[in-house]
Design a protein around this ligand. Sequence first.
Ligand SMILES: Nc1ncnc2c1ncn2[C@@H]1O[C@H](COP(=O)(O)OP(=O)(O)OP(=O)(O)O)[C@@H](O)[C@H]1O
Length: 270
Amino acid sequence: MFTSAAQDAPGAVPGRGTVARARGLTKAYGTGETAVVALDSVDVDIARGRFTAVMGPSGSGKSTLMHCLAGLDTVSAGQVWLGDTEITGLKDGELTRLRRDRIGFVFQSFNLIPTLTAAENITLPMDIAGRKPEPGWVDQVIDSLGLRDRLGHRPAQLSGGQQQRVACARALASRPELIFADEPTGNLDSRSGLEVLGFLRSAVDDLGQSVVMVTHDPGAAAHSDLVLFLGDGRIVDRMERPTADTVLERMKAFDVVRGRLGDDAVARED
Ligand SMILES: Nc1ncnc2c1ncn2[C@@H]1O[C@H](COP(=O)(O)OP(=O)(O)OP(=O)(O)O)[C@@H](O)[C@H]1O
């Protein structure tokens, strides 16, 4: 049975279960008059086996939310869980292991090691952990990304789209509980971007993965199942089955509100 708190949290999907969640998540940078509240008591459930996009105006707290959910940043208040593990309060070493073993990351800038081949990059986190990949799994990931004939290449010998596909394979190699993608198409041309988005989609549909993607691009968000909209450090809206047009319309509403606030500020100065 669901508690009302779980059902009310943005992102919750009854019957799915949550792969990550936060309650009262607050993150402030600095202190005193210069303090910036990047996240303001956020409650969120990330549904297992779904593709969730996070959108919002610049400075609304998207990256901060991702970093706090992924244990890349400490929180000022509140609690964060990955599965049943409360990550707020874990020691640095425990957090490092949790990120390495249970979370996959895809960044805008690929973050591949230039001296290693594609194959070595893909298995690097598992090699560091001293873990053997599940038989057949890494092969399945490599084939579904079309990387079989590129495995011996170094990053500089690959196109941007191919490098990002290697980064996706690395994120998936350990069969993580949750994959975080931070603007994964930001450095790609539209065709390569579509390939990466299609892969993240099939990682959810065909491989049973859970994905959270931060993006500025309504077209990218349209590949997700659910968009969470952040405004001023709070989740202010959610949209199931988004399309590029409906997401764009919702984002325009932020500009209208900002415009009104700007007018009010001018009026006050008068
Ligand atoms: N290290 C930091 N020190 C001080 N303030 C920070 C720091 N990181 C983020 N902030 C502030 O926190 C707020 C949220 O930032 P965040 O990067 O999470 O927003 P965002 O929605 O990801 O923005 P963008 O779309 O521009 O990347 C902003 O006001 C930002 O200036």
